[in-house]
Design a protein around this ligand. Structure first.
Ligand code: PLP
Length: 271
């Protein structure tokens, strides 16, 4: 899509996201992100109602999450299960606030996810699927899940290699408590927008191809891709969910290596 090929990543601007400290700040940031999302949809000839904004609240303290709630957020994304569980526990008074776990899960934490999360976006092993299934059955709950795919080829990133995804999907109908919604990816962390775009193109083409052959209970409608620095490119390439933290909550002062423990921290210099 030539007219959009110059959309830039904003990965060198992390320090530019001021902290949101009032409901007004959150309202303004949410409106600004939605305006950018709408513009990207417009460029791509897409209906803006086909793209969901998932605000990502990781590392931010409870008062900040409550402001986001007051500004209208009803689902929050968290990367670390323990942190998410603690926040859920502290905010049970907000009955209509839902939680999406977007980071790698260890099987020994599946019990927590089964208790409080409504969505899990980082499914990448049958061991985790089995652990979740068992715990969800025990809780009498179901969970929306996304299969995480490693589209950047970086050994340090979580997610299945694209070639392993078909067999993985074929195994998932056995897990009745998991409602498969689609695929999720993290793009290459780069200021070169064309290389970032290639990650998103890979996820979309994989989804389009697998849609034909996916087992009956496996829906592949959703593509979760794009973060503060690259969500416009992701939307141009078909994202149905964008996961946006810093552009809504303000910059994080820890490097992302803190959340993706295997990643070299040199990829994101401290602001
Ligand atoms: C932190 C995180 C995001 C959001 O990143 P921002 O730069 O804050 O927008 C999106 N997806 C995942 C998996 C994350 O861990």
């Amino acid at each position: 899509m030539p007219e959009s090929s110059h959309t830039q990543t904003r990965r060198n601007q992390h320090g530019d996201y001021p902290q949101a400290v009032s409901v007004e700040d959150f309202r303004r940031n949410l409106a600004a992100v939605r305006a950018r999302m709408d513009a990207a949809c417009h460029r791509a000839g897409r209906d803006p109602t086909g793209v969901r904004l998932l605000p990502v609240s990781k590392t931010k303290p409870e008062p900040s999450l409550r402001l986001a709630y007051a500004a209208g957020c009803r689902v929050l994304g968290e990367n670390k299960v323990q942190e998410a569980f603690g926040k859920w526990d502290a905010m049970q008074d907000l009955a209509d606030l839902h939680w999406s776990v977007i980071g790698h899960l260890q099987t020994n934490k599946a019990r927590l996810v089964a208790r409080f999360a409504s969505e899990f976006q980082a499914l990448d092993s049958l061991r985790v699927a089995e652990a979740l299934e068992r715990r969800l059955q025990a809780e009498g709950r179901a969970l929306d899940v996304f299969v995480q795919v490693n589209t950047s080829g970086e050994a340090s990133k979580y997610g299945l290699p694209p070639e392993d995804v078909p067999a993985f999907l074929n195994a998932l109908p056995a897990f009745h408590a998991l409602r498969v919604r689609g695929l999720m990816t993290l793009a290459l962390f780069s200021s070169e927008s064309e290389r970032v775009r290639q990650c998103f193109v890979l996820l979309r083409t994989l989804r389009d191809r697998l849609r034909q052959s996916a087992p009956a209970r496996i829906a592949l409608d959703e593509l979760s891709m794009g973060m503060s620095g690259d969500f416009e490119i992701a939307i141009e390439e078909g994202a149905t969910v964008v996961r946006v933290g810093q552009a809504i909550f303000g910059a994080r002062h820890l490097t992302d290596s803190h959340y993706w423990p295997d990643e070299p921290s040199s990829k994101e210099p401290r602001p």
